[in-house]
Design a protein around this ligand. Structure first.
Ligand SMILES: Cc1cc2nc3c(=O)[nH]c(=O)nc-3n(C[C@H](O)[C@H](O)[C@H](O)COP(=O)(O)OP(=O)(O)OC[C@H]3O[C@@H](n4cnc5c(N)ncnc54)[C@H](O)[C@@H]3O)c2cc1C
Ligand code: FES
Length: 279
């Protein structure tokens, strides 16, 4: 059991929780994740370690309520407990480059933030871009400003920041002559696919953080398999970061949609139990 010591609502569907997990906080690095179960009957869900405080022994998770497990997690409050909380899992992001563009789309910004922070703390030039559908969904704007050399916020509808897609913002940087050791894109599959398509002809190394369905998180079940450069890889032990130019995005999208009918049924049942509207 781990104790929730802070809960903060970041937007109508995204919540931050600081949990007491000193052993994980002692070893966590940007890019790594935990797998948790809200209660003993709960589904195992992977969530990225959005931040960590080694002195206080806490780690932060930021999650979007999309289905039954995240809805149950969102019902917990400060002082409450999460049944299992295992990590850090996966490989840390390689943060050795000297000049990077870091792109976060939607809740993917929560995964991009600790990566931007580490690069910035190590003295790298960080151009950060975050994108959201609309202003109500914006998260971590002030936090990104503090860990970037230059920060651009875009929204699809122009309700805050520039009315553009993250790829437009990246293109603006490239058009003014910026060059990068690498571009790191974290967000919806479709966003990462288009960032990789933009950078490939320019030969800019592009890292994407993959989020397939995971079960054990230790390389044994095969649930998280992906095709990368024609080879099968397991996101939990080989990733979650991969070369964006090598990923078979079409296959990844199909695999992520495989359990939609089961996910909808679980969500509807929980909504009825909680007397809530479906998310
Ligand atoms: C390495 C990794 C890191 C992640 N980090 C974050 C994060 O920091 N914040 C965040 O909001 N989300 C993150 N996710 C996605 C998160 O795990 C899913 O949103 C969550 O599992 C949904 O569970 P659910 O029961 O609420 O929704 P469901 O209705 O069960 O599923 C909704 C969608 O979530 C995805 N999903 C469902 N079950 C899993 C699973 N076991 N593993 C992976 N994806 C699943 C699928 O795309 C599915 O269509 C991460 C996923 C991975 C693989
Ligand atoms: S989650 Fe089972 S092999 Fe990766």
């Amino acid at each position: 059991m781990v104790k929730i010591i802070r809960k903060k609502i970041l937007n109508p569907t995204v919540i931050l929780m600081d949990v007491e997990a000193p052993l994980i906080a002692a070893k966590a690095e940007p890019g790594q994740f935990v797998i948790l179960r809200v209660d003993a009957q709960g589904e195992r869900i992977p969530l990225t370690i959005a931040d960590y405080d080694r002195q206080r022994g806490t780690v932060a998770i930021i999650f979007q309520i999309v289905g039954a497990a995240t809805m149950k997690l969102g019902e917990l409050n400060e002082g409450g407990s999460i049944e299992d909380f295992v990590g850090p899992l996966g490989n840390p992001t390689n943060c050795s480059a000297k000049k990077v563009a870091i792109i976060g789309g939607g809740v993917g910004s929560a995964i991009a933030y600790p990566v931007a922070k580490k690069f910035f703390q190590q003295g790298a030039v960080v151009h950060a871009i975050t994108g959201f559908r609309t202003r109500d969904l914006i998260i971590l704007e002030d936090e990104f400003k503090k860990v970037s050399t230059e920060f651009v916020l875009v929204t699809d509808d122009g309700s805050s920041g520039r009315k553009a897609l993250v790829t437009d913002a990246l293109k603006s940087f490239l058009d003014r002559g910026e060059t990068y050791d690498e571009v790191i894109a974290i967000g919806p599959l479709i966003m990462m696919k288009f960032v990789a398509a933009l950078t490939k002809p320019l030969g800019i190394k592009t890292v994407v953080s993959m989020n397939p369905i995971m079960i054990d998180g230790t390389g044994m079940c095969g649930g998280c398999r992906l095709s990368v450069g024609g080879k099968t890889k397991f996101a939990c032990v080989d990733g979650p970061d991969f070369d964006g130019h090598e990923i078979d995005f079409a296959e990844a999208m199909t695999r992520n949609a495989m359990y939609r009918p089961f996910e909808s049924a679980a969500r509807d049942t929980l909504c009825k139990l909680l007397g809530k509207e479906a998310v």
